[in-house]
Design a protein around this ligand. Sequence first.
Ligand SMILES: *Cc1c(COP(=O)(O)O)cnc(C)c1O
Length: 379
Amino acid sequence: MTFRKRYTGLIENYRDRLPVSDNTRLISLGEGNTPLIQLQNIPALLDNKVDIYVKYEGLNPTGSFKDRGMTMAVTKAVEEGAKAIICASTGNTSASAAAYAARAGITAFVLIPDGKIAQGKLAQAMMEGAIILQIKGNFDDGMRLVKEVASHAPVTIVNSINPYRLQGQKTAAFEIVDELGRAPDFHCLPVGNAGNITAHWIGYSEYACFGENKGTETCAYCDGNCKFKRDAEVDSRPTMVGYQASGSAPFMRGEMVDDPETVATAIRIGHPQSWDYAWKVKEESGGWFDECSDEEILAAQKLLAEKEGVFCEPASATSLAGAMRDINSGKIPEGSTVVCTLTGHGLKDPDTAIKQSTAPVVKVDADLEQVKNAILDNM
Ligand SMILES: *Cc1c(COP(=O)(O)O)cnc(C)c1O
């Protein structure tokens, strides 16, 4: 009998491209290796024919892509002797930080905005033993405070301004290229702090670097690590497209937004931390930013669940909402291969889901006849 090798997380899987040594104790929960699901029913509803894949990052251990960055950030924090980590969060970063801190045996402090945090995320941080500081303010206020306090207290910041976060998150691009055997033509993401769109571009650039430079030259992204050949040899990178919620769209306004508001709480961010990087990604990839209304976001979330059986949280659906619009308009041309990142799981925010659900709940007695009739009536 043969056994398949146990998957032990993205650092182990892409060790040669990440800043760890043989002696580094890896803090992992088996994150990464998420499914790249080809949509089968939604493309038929669109005006132009394209291949759409969703990268279902909600299937990471704490239910969002944040785990990719957190395994790396907490691994390095522990290696450097940290006893505590801290982050500001709209929810998913705190859930992830709490889990990896628990795994490492260190303390997580999380600053969350008053209200405006999805129930599932709060439950996670509480169960995983984080110390929760609920501030009277929004994410941007929390972020400012975290940066200030870190120079007064012995805590390591694990927001995406921690460079190890993006190193971990770039592996999502590696996985996509390894599975498709090439880079997609377009990669669409929801944008909040813009760390993830930046991380994906780093990942794609590192892989493409092998193709362009044959491992002999260095590029701006990989510190010369291009010599590591992987399954797929790629010489192209995708066009990167970032979608924001209309009430929280500093990249569309061209300036910071002071009172961001959207149902997609994970991207309710008016002062993105990776502002400069994201503009560079747009320019280098020939991509663009656009915005989606809350109605469009919720409609895409529902469509994805109803037509494909994939349940993501509202913020995640922003990528598909925007992509569908740009496919219909032809901005994303016919014949393209499109990847949409679904950043977090639908179970994170059950309240928003139930509120917008129109699924019929048929009340019947515990009686065979009534159950039978209910089935026949609803076939
Ligand atoms: C963090 C997060 C985002 C935004 O990612 P950025 O790197 O801040 O742009 C989007 N969706 C979900 C579900 C998130 O948790």
